[in-house]
Write a protein that binds this ligand. Structure first.
Ligand code: 13P
Length: 247
């Protein structure tokens, strides 16, 4: 298997001591492992990053560069605390905080300015899927987020269909998107990127997220269109996450 990018998105879970224990017990992996931690954990995890087993990501960043924005955390502050990556446009921020594509675009520009790699999350919701509007939704989100960005090669795209994210699923038995759905969406995103940025866009990494776990990760990683995974729930238990990164 070629080297994958595997990101733990802890969301608003764990404590600093649990995070440190996680970092200590993280398995060695030939894949690129990234941990997207809550803001308050970042300084404590910074020293662990130096060991080189993983890189640090934030889960969000301010759309503003500096100033009177109470509660916001800037790209410069993330750089200072050792973040080399940052999630942007996660569906939970789009849904619960009404984040728009133009705000996401500003966040990406700020991150790029401070040499932090944005991990742009895009994905259709259940209703859009039911109406056959997956491609329309992905195109809008991608175009909106990448407007006026001439060098997209630092950006990682994470395709996360909202309906496949474990916490948005009503049934107790959580299911990832099917291989067919994943491949179709990844091919569509790749084509869009090539249309916007030319052939070089073939090098932009596209990850899948939504109920990735230790049982289905090998199958998902075997898809040649998939450059890695964004893992929510299964990144909270170290044994599960280690099983995923050791694939
Ligand atoms: P789950 O892996 O829990 O479905 O979460 C996916 C996700 O939202 C990662 O960002």
């Amino acid at each position: 298997m070629s080297k994958k990018i595997i990101i733990a998105n802890w969301k608003m879970n764990l404590s600093i001591s649990e995070a440190l224990r996680f970092a200590k017990n993280l398995a060695r992996s030939t894949n690129q492992v990234i941990v997207a931690a809550p803001f308050t954990f970042l300084a404590s995890l910074r020293d662990k990053v130096k060991r080189g087993d993983f890189r640090l990501a934030a889960q969000d960043v301010s759309e503003f560069e500096v100033g009177a924005y109470t509660g916001d955390v800037s790209a410069k502050m993330l750089k200072e605390v050792g973040c080399s990556y940052c999630l942007v446009g996660h569906s939970e921020r789009r849904i619960y905080h009404h984040e728009t594509d133009s705000q996401i675009n500003l966040k990406i520009k700020n991150l790029l300015k401070y040499k932090i790699k944005p991990i742009l999350c895009i994905g259709e919701n259940e209703e859009q899927k039911a109406r056959g509007q997956m491609s329309k939704a992905l195109k809008e989100q991608l175009l909106g987020a990448l407007a006026q960005i001439s060098d997209p090669f630092q950006i990682i795209i994470a395709y996360e269909p909202v309906w496949a994210i474990s916490t948005f699923q009503k049934s107790a038995k959580k299911k990832a998107a099917s291989e067919k759905d994943i491949v179709l969406a990844h091919l569509y995103i790749r084509n869009l990127l090539v249309q916007f940025f030319g052939k070089k866009a073939g090098g932009i990494k596209i990850l899948y997220g939504g109920t990735v776990n230790k049982k289905n990760s090998a199958e998902i990683f075997s898809l040649k269109q998939v450059d890695g995974a964004l893992v929510g729930n299964s990144s909270l238990k170290i044994s599960d996450f280690n099983a995923i990164i050791k694939q």
